[in-house]
Design a protein around this ligand. Structure first.
Ligand code: SAH
Length: 226
């Protein structure tokens, strides 16, 4: 899989991909993440990528030209399954959306900044809009990193234990059960006895019950959907 991220602040995207699972996924060549600096695509002499809003109002708007040139350049190199604009009013990111995107081959994630992008970008250049929640961030970079992380960890071979992503919350319509590690007792707080029993069937029954209990309490909406 390949994910191209377009931004006017590439440095904001350096660290999310340079550690742990996302770094290893790239080293193992299971995914290529390419960050593109919009400033490389402007014809403006000061390399600006934003300008004042027509009609006035506070805040700068990202110009269409560098975004168009960057997308055109990428599209001349390969076909893209989706060109996604990160936007607070886009489709809310959910596990099913992450699952769906993880099956694609090439994705572009476009990050806005300031007041967002010129509306004509949204009308003509992109195929989809995704939000990571009903709140406003200062830029799309963190949101794009969230989407990329949620997608990349699902790619076969990325997680060491292949079944691991399947036992996470939302994959089976339930949230995950609680987890514990050593020591078995800390300050008198004990790990549930069943987990130390070595009895696989009882353990898996316990996990299922806890998942169900938690889902009922924390995400009752999920039970209606299964
Ligand atoms: N004026 C816009 C907000 C712009 S925030 C509005 O009121 O809707 C600047 C940029 O941050 C956006 O262009 C978008 O790319 C990104 N962004 C902000 N919040 C986001 C969210 N919840 N999900 C995804 N991207 C977001």
């Amino acid at each position: 899989m390949r994910i191209d991220i377009i931004t006017c602040l590439p440095r904001l995207l350096e660290s999310p991909f340079s550690d742990s699972i996302l770094k290893r996924a790239q080293q193992k060549e299971l995914v290529t993440v390419a960050i593109h600096d919009l400033r490389e695509y402007t014809t403006h002499k000061h390399r600006t990528t934003d300008d004042y809003a027509f009609g006035g109002g506070a805040g700068m708007v990202m110009m269409i030209e560098p975004i168009d040139r960057c997308i055109e350049h990428l599209k001349s190199e390969r076909n893209y399954d989706e060109i996604i604009y990160m936007s607070p009013d886009g489709d809310l990111l959910t596990q099913p959306i992450a699952n769906e995107l993880s099956l694609k081959k090439n994705l572009i994630l476009l990050c806005g900044h300031y007041k967002g992008v010129d509306e004509r970008v949204r009308e003509h250049l992109i195929t989809r809009e995704i939000s990571i929640g009903n709140y406003v961030l200062s830029g799309g970079e963190l949101a794009a990193a969230v989407v990329a992380d949620a997608v990349i960890r699902l790619l076969p071979g990325v997680l060491n234990d292949e079944t691991s992503a399947l036992t996470d919350s939302f994959q089976d319509g339930l949230v995950a059960p609680p987890v514990y590690t050593r020591p078995a007792t800390y300050k008198g707080w004990k790990v549930p006895e069943v987990l130390l029993s070595g009895h696989e069937a009882r353990i898996s029954q316990w996990k299922h019950e806890k998942s169900l209990e938690r889902t009922k309490k924390r995400r009752p909406g999920l039970l209606g959907e299964v």
